[in-house]
Design a binder for this molecule. Sequence first.
Ligand code: F6R
Length: 369
Amino acid sequence: EKGGHSSFMEKEILEQPTAIASTLLGRTDAEGALVLDELRISEEQLRAVTKIVIVACGTAFYSGMTAKYAIEHWTRIPCEVELAHEFRYRDPVVDQHTLVVSISQSGETMDTLMAVKHARELGALTISICNTHGATIPRESDAVLYTHAGPEIAVASTKAFTAQITACYVLGLYLAQLRGGSYAEEAQQVMRELHEIPSKVETLLAGMDRVREIARFMADTRSVLFLGRHVGYPIALEGALKLKEIAYIHAEGFAAGELKHGPIALIEPGQPVFIVVPGPDTPHGLHGKVVSNIQEIRARGARTLVIAEEGDEDVVPFADEVIRVPQAPPLLEPLLTIVPLQVFAAELASAKGLDVDQPRNLAKSVTVE
Ligand code: F6R
């Protein structure tokens, strides 16, 4: 069933263009307006939402972290993201105007399920973003927005992740449209840009030879660091998680702005560091700031593996390797920048002779606390 691929993970990485496209399918009308009639929460209730809390675990949590940047930007509704197992045992400020969005591929993760139940007890509106039809979490929620990534078999999540970001974006754009704020008009434009992402992922996937080569050379590596900023920050965290999970390599992701607050002390000659560079059109000059970070760590001997947009020449002088991704609007970049990191982890794990699909100590769905 792996369709000639070496692992399900490889297959699922390659399925991402379809996973994203299917998740977008049918969610706009002929005029390009978003339609989410599957939601089953009244428009009136959604208009009254004053706060969004995203709860999830693992990779799903990182998709939520990514979505926060977009949802707050488009809706101007404060949005928090919290690990489900932390949310559950705090005393969170949640009421009937809070929208609690759970994200879960399996829809069975016990921690996430209990967080949803807790939120409902507190009177919140609950929406489940889920990849598995009829799973427990969507059943226990007021509404569900399915990701249409198709079954994910490999323990390490890949296509579900990009589909989750896509679904969260659709939800954010829908809320923006519903509330008629300044981003209501932009919503349709963003949807059009989202529709261009699958073919960009396709292009990106076709050019992964060098990433695979780098991964194979690095089979003996003991530690890899990942830096990112803005939406690239959760991507750095997710890239590190993939490597830990399947290649058993110590990996850590950092917000690039944190470097000088501690992590830069880890940099010694030869330390490999992936840097997810924001596109040159990212607001607030973040591109330049991250380029400076690359320069700083390179000066201390880091081996810099730079993920940058096509045409971004600023990174070249400080990069040991440049991995190119197609150009995209800043908030949509995560759907592209994660791909080389997934490929890297899968290739490195298989170069080490490990079982890519069934990493030690892990289960696909965590139905216990
Ligand atoms: C990472 C991974 C886990 C899951 C997490 C949540 O590759 O697979 O971190 O993302 O256990 O699982 P779901 O999404 O099923 O709730």
